[in-house]
Design a protein around this ligand. Structure first.
Ligand code: F6P
Length: 552
């Protein structure tokens, strides 16, 4: 939304729709044939990261129109508002300052007239010092044992980000410290972890910004009960339980000692919080310097985002190209395809980052948005995806954009296998773009008789023209991972600003929770039901067929 009118009522919006109508039949194989320097003109490099966006259904004119759209949406002003701590999360009257978490200690950012950087640095050092005390053996269990197992109990942004980063940076872990993640209220998640740990050697981290999330509190209570049933008592809790929250009093009421509570700030959204004390499990895994490198990578991307001209601004380009498909091609999804085993949870993290930010139909001031906004984000690690859903990407009827994320160098000791992985990644984006014509299919089947050719050739046609971005990283290390993650945070920001969305609240997650509180007691009791016929039917069926094995 511009300061004057909704973005979809601007001239540039209409021009982009017209441009899509005029260019939608262009095939990328022709664009590459006509533009031998297309890769040269359509890639950007930053500190060991290369973005190739040439395999997209765009021309230079497309980019110029999209940049004009960004300017019309006053994107630069909004970037500076976020950077400088203005309260752009208008529904919660909060600043949006996950970027402040990775600013140097000398920075000055004011919220309500107060420079928040010293607070950020204090909490960062508190968390890093504690993590180092775990790693060094200075902080031990109540019986003097070293802590060798960390159990992070949290969900959403208090789970997905830390888990993704921890898995991605496995080569940087202390091999003597094992990190576990418990998120689901399905107690099998917790019990699977409890079966693997010795309580004397275990630290439980209760990660919850609000300290009101039912799933997290239930898991935390169950873990606490389990711990006390293992021969420990209340005074042992202080050695084995810590909390991360912006709700310090609630955490203390739960029984966490104040000195064991790591603060986080209300101007950092959960899905943007891995850079904060929510990253404590990551700090325990990789240590102080690697976590600082991670922050440094995020900061490097921030500076690029704040300063680079839009035509060469990586998050802006990704945001605009993604919006080109979501809004002007009305595509419904975008795939995240990391060709790296360690990044296998990146799609899950980006699902929350993107879909909880921009999965909305109301604009930041409550106006209805009658155009397509945030896409469904999905994906799977490569090469597994090739044996799962690439059939649809190659020969299905839908336009589906994707990001291929590929490390050039791997920590794997089998470099031959790494080269097979990379070859597959590059081949897939080439095949998705090039496709295969009917004539080419016939030529490949020339050895068959005409009847077989006529039957098989159409099965072997690949329409191509399926767009993809390729991100090459020198290697997946704390710095490059920080850049990658910050890049996606800013891509989401760009799209939300242009669509006129407040990307930093999440009212949509509340309704289901409220209904669950109403249904839960009805599963056990026999009170008359007044839901819809389906919900009533399902509850009644559950009542009839559920067996409470715990009471057996
Ligand atoms: O999914 C809703 C949500 O509020 C997310 O935004 C958040 O990351 C998650 O729940 C967990 O919230 P908390 O960290 O407050 O427990």
């Amino acid at each position: 939304m511009t300061s004057t009118r909704p973005i979809n009522q601007t001239a540039i919006w209409a021009q982009l729709h017209q441009h899509q109508r005029c260019t939608r039949f262009l095939h990328m194989r022709d664009l590459f044939a006509q533009e031998p320097d297309r890769f040269e003109c359509m890639h950007e490099k930053l500190n060991g990261l290369l973005l190739d966006y040439s395999k997209n259904r765009i021309t230079e004119h497309t980019l110029s129109l999209l940049i004009k759209l960004a300017e019309t949406a006053e994107l630069s002003d909004w970037i500076h508002k976020m950077r400088d701590g203005e309260k752009i999360n208008v529904s919660e009257k909060r600043a949006v300052l996950h970027t402040a978490l990775r600013q140097p200690a000398t920075a000055k950012i004011y919220v309500d007239g107060h420079n928040i950087i010293p607070d950020v640095q204090r909490e960062l050092i508190h968390a890093l010092d504690f993590a180092e005390s775990i790693r060094s053996g200075q902080h031990r269990g109540s019986r003097g044992d070293r802590i060798t197992n960390i159990v992070n109990i949290g969900i959403g942004g208090s789970h997905l980000g830390p888990q993704m980063v921890t898995l991605a940076l496995k080569p940087f872990h202390d091999p003597n410290i094992h990190i576990h993640y418990v998120a689901n209220v399905d107690s099998n998640n917790l019990h699977e972890v409890l079966a693997q740990i010795n309580p004397a050697h275990t630290l439980f981290i209760i990660a919850s910004k609000s300290f009101t999330t039912p799933e997290t509190l239930l898991n935390a209570k169950t873990a606490r009960q389990w711990f006390l049933q293992q021969g420990f008592d209340e005074h042992d809790i202080a050695h084995h339980f810590v909390a991360i929250s912006s709700a310090t009093k609630k955490a203390m009421d739960f029984g966490i000692a104040k000195e064991n509570i790591f603060a986080m700030f209300d101007w950092v959204g959960g899905r943007y919080s891995v850079w904060s004390a929510i990253g404590l499990s990551v700090m325990c895994a990789i240590g102080r310097q690697h976590f600082l490198d991670f922050l440094e990578g995020g900061h490097a991307m921030d500076q690029h985002f704040f300063e680079a001209p839009f035509r060469h601004n990586i998050p802006v380009l990704l945001g605009l190209i993604g919006l080109w498909y979501s809004t002007f091609y009305a595509t419904t999804s975008h795939a995240i395809i990391p060709y790296d085993y360690g990044l296998r949870r990146l799609p899950a993290h980006l699902q929350q980052l993107d879909m909880e930010s921009n999965g909305k139909q109301a604009g930041r001031y409550g106006e209805h948005l009658d155009f397509d906004t945030g896409p469904v984000i999905w994906g799977e690690e490569g090469v597994n995806c090739q044996h799962a859903f690439f059939q649809l990407l190659h020969q299905g009827p839908r336009l589906i954009s994707s990001d291929f994320i590929v490390p050039i160098n791997s920590f794997s000791s089998f470099d031959k296998q790494h080269q097979v992985l990379v070859a597959n990644a590059l081949a897939q984006t080439e095949a998705l773009m090039q496709g295969k014509t009917l004539a080419e299919a016939y030529a490949e089947l020339a050895h068959l008789d005409n009847e077989q050719c006529d039957m098989l050739a159409p099965q072997k046609v690949f329409p191509g023209n399926q767009p993809s971005n390729t991100l090459l990283l020198d290697e997946i290390n704390p710095f490059t991972l920080g850049m990658l993650l910050a890049m996606y945070e800013h891509k989401v920001f760009v799209q939300g600003i242009i669509w006129g969305i407040n990307s930093f609240d999440q009212w949509g997650v509340e309704y289901g929770k409220i209904l669950a509180k109403r249904i839960e007691p009805q599963l056990q009791n026999q009170e008359p039901l007044n839901h819809d016929a389906s919900t009533n039917g399902l509850i009644n069926y559950f009542r009839k067929h559920h067996h409470d094995t715990t009471s057996a």
